[in-house]
Design a protein around this ligand. Structure first.
Ligand SMILES: Nc1ncnc2c1ncn2[C@@H]1O[C@H](COP(=O)(O)OP(=O)(O)OP(=O)(O)O)[C@@H](O)[C@H]1O
Ligand SMILES: [Mg+2]
Length: 262
C-alpha cells in the first residue's frame, strides 16, 4: 500500500469539510480501501463523529504528535494513537492542537511536521484524509505540505467564491516552495439545495470560473437533515441512511476519486 494523502479544505467555516472527510472515508472503505482519517482541527468535530466523547481523555492526539515532532522527540508507536471505528482508522484531535498552532508560529522551517508524522503511515493505508480548520495558519500550511491532493469543499449558499481564488493561490505557492507533489483533486459542491436559485447561480459561477482549470466533481452533495442526524448519532451516512441522496453522492465521490487515480 502507498496511501494517497488528501486534505479536505476550505477557508470558510461550515462548508462540510468534516462531514466530507468522515463520509468519504467510509465510502472508500466500502470500496475495499483501507483509510486513515486525521482530525487536524482543534475543534475536534471529526473526533466527535468517530464517537470520541471527551477528547481531553485521549492520551495521544495529533496535537501531542505534533508537539513531539517539533521537539524532535521520538513518536510513540502507531498502536498508541491510531484508533478505529467500524473499519476506518482515525487520529483524534483535542485542544492541544491549538497550543501547537501558537508554537508553530515561533518555529522556523516547521512546515513539514505533519508530513513527517504521516509519511511512515503511508504503507499501511490506501488513503489518508486530513480534516482541517477554516483558517490559513501554520497548521494548514503543514496540512498542505503533507498532502498529495486537496479536496476543496464549497457550500454554494455561503458566498462561495470569496476566498477561493486566494486559497488556490496559496496551494500553488506551497507547491512551488514546499511540496511539489501537491495538486487540487477538485472542487466538491456540498450542501446543495437544487430547489434554490442561489444554489444554481453559484454552482454555475464556480463551474464557469474554474472550467478547464480545476476539476469540479460530478458528485454534488445535496442538503439533507440526515447528515446532521448521522453526525449526532456518530454514524456514517452509509450506515445511518444508506439510501439517502447524500449517502449516494458520497459513494459516487469515492468512485470518482478512485477512477481519477487509475
Ligand atoms: N449535505 C448536508 N446537508 C445538511 N447539512 C449538512 C450537510 N453537510 C454538512 N452539514 C451540516 O453543516 C454543518 C457544517 O458541516 P461541517 O462541520 O462538516 O463543516 P466544516 O466545513 O467542517 O466546518 P468547520 O469549518 O467549522 O470545521 C454541520 O452542522 C453539518 O451537520
Ligand atoms: Mg470541520
Amino acid at each position: 500500500m502507498n496511501a494517497k494523502i488528501y486534505m479536505a479544505a476550505c477557508m470558510k467555516g461550515g462548508c462540510a469539510k468534516t462531514v466530507t472527510t468522515y463520509n468519504l472515508a467510509y465510502s472508500l472503505n466500502e470500496l475495499g480501501k483501507k483509510v486513515l482519517c486525521v482530525d487536524f482541527d482543534s475543534q475536534a468535530n471529526l473526533s466527535t463523529c468517530f464517537g470520541v466523547e471527551d477528547t481531553a481523555e485521549v492520551p495521544v492526539t495529533i496535537g501531542h504528535l505534533m508537539m513531539a515532532q517539533i521537539e524532535d522527540e521520538e513518536l510513540p508507536a502507531p498502536e498508541e494513537y491510531i484508533m478505529s471505528r467500524k473499519g476506518v482508522d482515525f487520529i483524534s484531535s483535542s485542544m492541544v492542537l491549538s497550543a501547537v498552532d501558537a508554537k508553530l508560529r515561533l518555529e522556523m522551517g516547521a512546515e513539514k511536521m505533519l508530513s513527517s508524522i504521516l509519511e511512515p503511515l503511508r504503507d499501511r493505508y490506501d488513503a489518508i484524509i486530513i480534516d482541517t480548520a477554516p483558517t490559513l495558519g501554520a497548521l494548514n500550511i503543514n496540512a498542505l505540505a503533507a498532502a498529495d491532493e486537496v479536496i476543496i469543499t464549497v457550500n454554494p449558499q455561503l458566498l462561495a467564491m470569496m476566498g477561493l481564488q486566494d486559497f488556490i493561490k496559496t496551494v500553488k505557492k506551497i507547491k512551488a516552495r514546499v511540496n511539489d507533489k501537491l495538486s487540487v483533486a477538485g472542487i466538491l459542491l456540498t450542501m446543495c439545495d437544487a430547489r434554490t436559485n442561489l444554489c444554481k447561480v453559484i454552482t454555475e459561477q464556480v463551474c464557469d470560473t474554474f472550467e478547464g482549470q480545476i476539476r469540479i466533481f460530478d458528485s454534488r452533495i445535496p442538503n439533507t437533515v440526515k447528515v446532521g442526524e448521522s453526525v449526532y448519532y456518530s454514524e456514517p451516512l452509509i450506515e445511518y441512511a444508506p439510501e439517502c441522496n447524500a449517502s449516494k453522492a458520497y459513494q459516487n465521490l469515492a468512485k470518482e476519486l478512485i477512477a481519477y487515480e487509475s
